[in-house]
Design a protein around this ligand. Structure first.
Ligand SMILES: *Cc1c(COP(=O)(O)O)cnc(C)c1O
Length: 367
């Protein structure tokens, strides 16, 4: 079986260094908010090209805390609206509704699977306060177009960069393209921990300071609480492991790009729609998504040929039970995407011969 994502092999590449980092943390006797987190935060801020990185417990918390901080700072209030692509992963929407803000779902383009900038303005009301720009599948959302709209209407741009570590436009990386960004270090993400982890990046001093306090019980000075905060911290162990993996992120992205190019040049089947790319640097191929009309049949065919695939994602947020009040919405582009998409295996440890096999098997698929 060609696995969709072989996490064991991905981490085995760096086993010795990871083991050393692990031992260093155990031996230090210091496990929460210490030197490892400080160092990783500095390195990841440098990598993204921003002033601040705040480590948190996971990617969802990173996004929740950004909105929470804007509320504490008086820049957003209960009932304010946040524009978000309708075809995103549920976590983007959860981060908005968890803060008593209102997610306003906007259709993506069928070409890039990211929010369609041409549709944003029509969704802006006096209560709109921000745009959650999701870099879905690892490709940057159209921040040039989004920034113009945000500027015209005085909106914050929050990046959901959970799938896009290292994606860049004209040298500027995901995490530095808006007012604040949330990252996930879930094991399967392009920069994955050996457990949960997340981070906020921003150039906004006050926002960073507020998030740091909110994530630590609402406290900046021990036992003095300014906010009714939460406990959401990146721990020393995950930070130490992530610092090891950060060194190899660029190399892993290069390998993903090479595989994606092999797929794009090699797959020639009229039943299979390939992903479109704005420019090489703007995509880090967190997942390689194709569209097929008879998706279930295609997936069974690949499984029968020992190729494991996953659907990202089978049910859009507005059709989830958790968002019953959105179930009436008609979002045809999103619905079409969710019916037809399927993700092929892609990762830094996928062998050339496996890539070739996947291409050959897909080219032999007939409907
Ligand atoms: C993974 C993911 C998240 C949430 O990250 P977790 O670390 O799993 O909480 C948020 N948004 C997107 C687009 C994601 O892919």
């Amino acid at each position: 079986m060609i696995k969709f994502l072989d996490l064991q092999r991905i981490n085995a590449q760096y086993k010795e260094e990871l083991q050393n980092a692990f031992n260093r943390v155990i031996d230090s006797g210091w496990y929460i908010l210490g030197e490892e987190v400080k160092r990783f935060e500095e390195e990841f801020a440098d990598y993204c090209g921003v002033e601040h990185c705040v480590g948190v417990a996971n990617g969802l918390d990173a996004l929740i805390l950004i909105f929470r901080a804007y509320k504490e700072l008086g820049m957003m209030q209960d009932g304010d609206e946040i524009i978000v692509p309708a075809n995103t992963y549920i976590a983007s929407v959860l981060a908005i509704s968890a803060n008593n803000l209102v997610p306003v779902l906007v259709e993506p383009t069928l070409d890039f699977y990211n929010i369609d900038p041409a549709l944003i303005t029509a969704h802006i009301t006096p209560r709109t306060k921000g745009i959650l720009a999701v870099h879905l599948y690892g490709q940057l959302a159209d921040l040039s177009a989004i920034s113009i709209i945000a500027q015209q209407h005085g909106l914050k741009i929050i990046e959901d960069a959970a799938q896009a570590h290292g994606a860049s436009k004209e040298g500027n990386k995901a995490g530095s393209l808006g007012d604040a960004a949330g990252f996930s270090f879930y094991p399967g993400k392009n920069l994955g921990a050996i457990g949960d982890g997340g981070a906020v990046t921003t150039n906004d001093n006050l926002l960073a300071k507020t998030i740091r306090a909110l994530a630590n019980y609402g406290s900046e000075i021990k036992y003095q609480n300014e906010y009714q905060g939460v406990n959401s911290r990146l721990d020393e162990l995950q930070a130490a492991l992530l610092a090891v993996k950060l060194k190899y992120l660029e190399k892993e992205i290069e390998r993903r790009r090479a595989i994606a190019n092999q797929f794009i040049n090699g797959i020639k089947n009229p039943h299979v729609s390939l992903p479109k790319v704005k420019d090489q640097n703007s995509h880090v191929w967190h997942v390689f998504v194709v569209r097929v009309k008879e998706r279930e049949r295609f997936q069974s065919y690949l499984t029968a040929n020992n190729i494991q695939t996953i659907i990202h994602y089978p049910i859009p947020p507005h059709q989830q039970k958790a968002y019953q009040h959105l179930n009436h919405l008609s979002l045809p582009v999103t619905e079409k995407i969710h019916k037809e998409i399927i993700s092929l295996p892609i990762s830094a440890v996928l062998a050339d011969k496996d890539v070739e096999k996947i291409i050959a098997v897909i080219n032999s698929y007939a409907e």
